[in-house]
Design a protein around this ligand. Structure first.
Ligand code: ZN
Length: 246
């Protein structure tokens, strides 16, 4: 079974649709949160995702929009996007966001899904080996897929060496990473607002038969998304950054 792994879509339907087209055959989607926030099309992104066999988590922006997370957690630009999203969301889509969990363990596959980290699913950025070490201790499965940093990256804790060193690295695109024997945090990057100086939408595909993860990037209609953002008067900085993936 091939599963599309996406995160941090942030209401960017052009980017999401490019990913769905590029991914080829897949049987399910696992979404690691932040479906909304920043971008212009929150309803459309939720409705597109829900057409698929879907496991979906809430991210901090999703919970900011429904009011579970306080707004002082967000930058001024992000707050403006939260207000826009609240104003735009349908009642049904808002209720759906409210129903999402922030972490889930898929026992059948030995995989945890989380937005931030096992220690703090909403807020913590799995950004350094030190932070990763604490979180490997809390992890109940060999593999964890996480989002939130908007940077595609793998953190590996080797299980076959006597003195294991945590390693953080980026994957070569399209080159399968074996999911065994090491313990792994895998972040597929952001679909709708990449922040690694690469404007292309980022996502991953897990093959649960071959036990591999593949990192992918795909160009999308950035200008089209920017135009929609301008039309609804989202902040300029949020519009500009999409072009550079910053
Ligand atoms: Zn995000």
């Amino acid at each position: 079974m091939r599963v599309l792994v996406v995160s941090d879509i942030h209401s960017n339907l052009n980017a999401l649709d490019a990913v769905l087209q590029d991914a080829g055959d897949f049987q399910a989607i696992w979404c690691l949160g932040d479906i909304v926030g920043y971008g212009p099309q929150p309803n459309e992104c939720i409705e597109r995702l829900r057409q698929f066999d879907l496991v979906c988590l809430a991210g901090n922006h999703d919970l900011g929009v429904v009011g579970t997370l306080p707004l002082w957690d967000f930058s001024p630009d992000a707050q403006l996007a939260v207000f826009y999203t609240r104003h735009t969301l349908s009642i049904e889509n808002r209720a759906w966001l409210e129903s999402l969990k922030s972490m889930t363990i898929l026992n059948d596959y030995g995989i945890t899904l989380v937005h931030g980290s096992p220690r703090d699913p909403m807020r913590e950025y799995l950004a350094t080996p030190g932070i990763a070490r604490h979180n490997f201790n809390l992890l109940e499965t060999p593999i964890c897929l996480n989002g939130h940093t908007h940077i595609p990256r793998v953190i590996r804790f080797p299980t076959t060496t006597v003195k294991p060193e945590i390693a953080m690295f980026s994957l070569h695109l399209d080159l399968p990473l074996a999911l065994t024997p090491d313990r792994l945090f895998i972040n597929p990057g952001s679909v709708g607002q990449p922040r690694d100086d690469d404007a292309r939408a980022a996502y991953g595909v897990i093959d649960l038969d071959k036990l591999t993860f593949v990192q992918r990037r795909i160009r999308y209609d950035v200008a089209g998304t920017q135009k929609l953002m301008r039309a609804v008067e989202l902040p300029d900085r949020l519009i500009r950054r999409l072009r550079f993936g910053e």
